[in-house]
Every structure is written in structure tokens, then in C-alpha cells.
Design a binder for this molecule. Structure first.
Ligand code: ADP
Ligand code: MG
Length: 319
């Protein structure tokens, strides 16, 4: 049986060039860049809730970090360090090797150092804390949206939620479409470069983890404003776009979770730089509507008629 220390040494100890001191001591030592604020967030993936016990560990390593990187991107912060707490039912070396490969591939892509964590026996549970930095006073909060701001969304929406419905047997998809949607569910791409750029462009931002309507709703509530968005402008995942007429698929687009795209508001006069932002960040950006002084979220169809909003999103404590 490998000891806890063998497992840590083999799977989770890598050079941490960003840190004064990384894995191996009682704590890590980090030196944030002068003039920045430390931005910290934690996200946990629980077996049976967020993934299946037999989920492939390689994409799981990616996703455990990706969902955390997404939170930092939504703050307009640059990620730098992470810690990882894992509970494992058994010391499965092959599982750990694949998991850590997925984790480190993404970490290295964005210059994030794993600087510590905890490893214990228990029901499979993965908890990442991400730390990064934003110029002091400039991090993007949910409360910054102003009437007149454009509302923007990165990438496309609904693919991950459609994969969830497909896996639950609620909708049929051909093999190629199912694979496309599952790629979104299992390997979300955190919008790290976009988040960094939005720091000096956007007024408010959030990452879409619980569905567009729910997450945009958080911005509106925190900012004390409302919004008008146009259904036809929502950027749909290609498979979602094909099946848009199906009410279940529309719900995936509006209220499906797990997209990990960014939703953000930008003052109108900055519209003309958004094309350049999209090109530099390497992700399409869609303007889906605008912020209103009047509270409430209005969803409009192609003729400007108000559409009923059925389901707000995903509540973690709902049955
Ligand atoms: P302590 O008993 O002082 O908490 P541990 O034995 O838990 O120390 O951990 C030893 C070292 O390994 C620490 O630096 C800790 O941060 C690191 N570590 C433990 N588990 C992980 C992990 N899953 N990923 C990264 N570092 C880890
Ligand atoms: Mg410990």
C-alpha cells in the first residue's frame, strides 16, 4: 500500500515556479504582486452529485480546476496558485495518475502552480481552492452593472445541459452530437484570458455555472437593475441551435447549467472594442441585450414580444 506521502510525492508534487514555497512544508508561501488584491475562490466536486463514481479521472482532473479558473475569470482576475483537497476511497494509482494529468495540463496552460492540499481516505470528493490577483480596486463584482450597459455572453450555451439530459435518457441524440455535447460537459474551457481582459472593460461579470437566467439574475439583483434580452441573439451550442424548437432544448439554452461561459455587462461606448477583445481572447462574444433601470428580466422574441420565462435555473438544494 502506498502511503499518503508517496501518493502526494508521485501525483501532486511539481515545481511551483510562481510560489516562494510550494508542496512539502506545513504551508505554502506566496508573494502576490504589489498593487494587486488576492482573489480567492473554492469549488468542490462531490461524487454522486457532480460526477459519477466511475467517471473518467482524466477529464475530471481538468474539470476540478476548470470550474475554479472560471470563477477567477468572472472576477477579472489572473489565476496563479491552487490547492487541492482530495478524499479517495482507496489509493488507486492509475486513477490518481490520470486525474493529476488532467489537472496539471490545464494548470500549466495558464501558469497556475499547485502549492498544497490535503489527501485523505473517504468518499470521493475533490476540492480546489484557486488564488489569483487583480489590480487593487479593479476586480469585477456582480454589483457593477449600470442601466444602458450591453449584456454579453462568451462562447455558446446549452451544450453541457443537453449532455446531462441525454445521459439521463430524456432526449435522444445521434452519436456525433452526443459526443459534442459531452465534450462541453466534461471538459469546459475556462475563459481565463477573456476574464483578464474584461477587468478594464466590463462593469460586472459572472460565470454561467447554474444557467444563463439564474446567473444573469444574480448580476441584476446585486446591481439593483433589470434587463431585456433577446432570445434570437443567444449564442446556442451548435447541437442546441439545431434543436431549438424543442422546449427541453430551449430550457438547456436559457437555464441549463455547466456552461462555464462568462456573462458580463459593458458600457455602450465600449461596444466597438469588443470585436478586438473577442479576437485577442480567442472566443466569440455575443451581445444579447441590455441592462434596464427598471427591475426584472424580460426575454423578448424576434418580434419584440415578451416570452414567458419558465425555469430560472438550477438550485443546488432542490430535490
Ligand atoms: P500536514 O499534516 O502538515 O497537513 P500533509 O501531510 O497533509 O501535511 O501534507 C504534506 C504536504 O503535501 C503539504 O505541503 C500539503 O500542502 C501537500 N499536499 C497534501 N495533499 C496534497 C494534494 N492532494 N495536492 C497537493 N499538495 C498536497
Ligand atoms: Mg494536511
Amino acid at each position: 500500500m502506498p502511503s499518503e506521502f508517496d501518493l502526494i510525492a508521485r501525483h501532486f508534487s511539481r515545481p511551483a515556479p510562481n510560489a516562494v514555497l510550494g508542496v512539502g512544508d506545513d504551508a505554502a508561501l506566496l508573494a502576490p504582486t504589489p498593487g494587486t488584491e488576492l482573489v480567492v475562490s473554492t469549488d468542490m466536486l462531490v461524487v454522486g452529485r457532480h460526477f459519477h463514481a466511475h467517471a473518467d479521472p482524466y477529464p475530471l482532473g481538468h474539470k476540478a480546476l476548470a470550474v475554479n479558473l472560471s470563477d477567477l475569470a468572472a472576477m477579472g482576475a489572473v489565476p496563479r496558485w491552487a490547492t487541492l483537497a482530495v478524499a479517495l476511497p482507496e489509493a488507486d494509482e492509475a486513477w490518481l495518475a490520470d486525474f493529476s494529468r488532467g489537472f496539471f495540463e490545464l494548470a500549466e496552460r495558464f501558469g497556475v502552480s499547485l502549492v498544497g492540499g490535503d489527501t485523505t481516505r473517504g468518499p470521493l470528493n475533490l476540492c480546489v481552492t484557486i488564488m489569483g490577483e487583480a489590480p487593487a480596486g479593479r476586480a469585477l463584482r456582480r454589483s457593477g452593472a449600470r442601466p444602458g450597459d450591453g449584456i454579453w455572453v462568451s462562447g455558446d450555451l446549452g451544450g453541457a445541459a443537453l449532455a446531462v439530459r441525454y445521459l439521463a435518457g430524456e432526449i435522444g441524440l445521434d452519436a456525433a452530437d452526443a459526443a459534442l455535447c459531452q465534450e462541453r460537459l466534461h471538459r469546459p474551457e475556462p475563459r481565463v484570458v477573456l476574464g483578464d481582459m474584461l477587468c478594464c472593460v466590463a462593469h460586472a461579470a459572472i460565470d454561467i455555472s447554474d444557467g444563463l437566467l439564474a446567473d444573469l439574475g444574480h448580476i441584476l439583483e446585486a446591481s439593483g437593475v433589470g434587463a431585456e434580452i433577446e432570445f434570437d441573439r443567444l449564442p446556442a451550442h451548435p447541437v442546441v441551435a439545431l434543436k431549438r424548437a424543442d422546449p427541453l432544448v430551449r430550457r438547456c439554452l436559457l437555464a441549463g447549467g455547466d456552461d462555464y461561459e462568462l456573462c458580463f455587462t459593458v458600457p455602450k461606448e465600449r461596444d466597438r472594442i469588443m470585436q478586438a477583445v473577442a479576437e485577442t481572447a480567442g472566443v466569440p462574444l455575443a451581445k444579447i441585450g441590455h441592462v434596464t433601470a427598471e427591475a426584472g428580466l424580460r426575454l423578448l422574441d424576434g418580434q419584440g414580444r415578451e416570452m414567458a420565462v419558465v425555469e430560472r435555473g438550477f438550485d443546488h438544494f432542490a430535490a
